[in-house]
Write a protein that binds this ligand. Structure first.
Ligand SMILES: Nc1ncnc2c1ncn2[C@@H]1O[C@H](COP(=O)(O)OP(=O)(O)O)[C@@H](O)[C@H]1O
Ligand SMILES: [Mg+2]
Length: 266
């Protein structure tokens, strides 16, 4: 539960003498407990925007406020899940999650961190696997551990950068629905910013979609599909088909602009 205000945000990458403008004067507000997805083609700046929200990259211009205070580096109220599996390979699932907890709650007794870790591994359906090493788990299971690690520190804001991008289609649906369940069960909902280039995923999960073109947010779409939602019945709704067509239109327009030919037919 936290409000994120993105004010006139620009980011320039500098490598030697080269400069590259990755984000160009972005403005947006993400409400407390809102689930926002950021959608857009490869290279448009989605990960860059998320890295600024996380505090890993500093804005070159403008600022980002969380509950009214400017971001200054990473913070315990924010947790991130990346596409690449980021678990320590030599630690069990339980130790990976407990490690995250100890990082944020300094001085917590080891036994207590383990107990919290077990609680969250149970939430993601991995109780039986808590003593396994990441290498002994499937990709989907490793991402469940990463999600448990992020949630176990009880962040107000959850940042997710294509977390299911490397997961096979069937497992992906299970993980999407698990994430939705966990998010909606919280009394104080977490604010979620979730990057994806999968339109179905965006429609299933989010309250609003920020559609990015290179460097900017081009359009903001209210996802009016009633909750609870499930992948299986998502397109039984008239709303979903309209939204799907609108998003496909934006994607095709984006591709056409990048090719430099408005007449392109896909
Ligand atoms: N560290 C970096 N240095 C220079 N350019 C970068 C760096 N990271 C990303 N970029 C460039 O910034 C643009 C946006 O990248 P990114 O945010 O990763 O896009 P997306 O996540 O939407 O695929 C791309 O053109 C990319 O090449
Ligand atoms: Mg990216």
């Amino acid at each position: 539960m936290s409000v994120i205000e993105i004010q006139d945000l620009s980011l320039v990458y500098r490598t030697g003498k080269e400069e590259f403008l990755a984000l160009d004067h972005i403005n947006a507000t993400i409400g407390s407990g809102e689930f926002v997805t950021i959608v857009g083609s490869s290279g448009c700046g989605k990960s860059t925007l998320l890295s600024v929200l996380d505090g890993l990259n500093k804005p070159t211009g403008g600022r980002v406020l969380i509950d009214g205070a400017p971001i200054n580096g990473t913070g315990p109220e924010r947790a991130v899940v990346f596409q690449q599996y980021t678990l320590f390979p030599w630690m069990s699932a339980r130790d990976n999650v407990a490690f995250g907890i100890k990082q944020v709650r300094k001085g917590i007794p080891a036994k207590q961190a383990e107990a919290v870790s077990e609680e969250y591994l149970e939430k993601v359906g991995l109780s039986e696997f808590m003593h396994k090493l990441p290498g002994e788990l499937s990709g989907g299971m490793q991402q469940r551990v990463a999600i448990a690690r992020a949630l176990a520190v009880d962040p107000k804001i959850l940042l997710m950068d294509e977390p299911f991008g490397a997961i096979d289609a069937r497992t992906r649906v299970t993980l999407q629905e698990m994430l939705l369940d966990l998010w909606s069960q919280d009394e104080e909902k977490k604010t979620v910013v979730f990057v994806t280039h999968d339109i179905d995923e965006a429609l299933l999960l989010s309250d609003r979609i920020f559609f990015m073109e290179p460097k900017r947010i081009k359009d903001v779409i209210d996802v009016t599909i009633p909750r609870p939602r499930a992948k299986e019945t998502l397109y039984n709704q008239e709303d979903s088909n309209k939204l799907l067509n609108r998003l496909l239109g934006l994607f095709y327009q984006d591709v056409a602009e990048q090719i430099g030919n408005e007449e392109v037919v896909l």
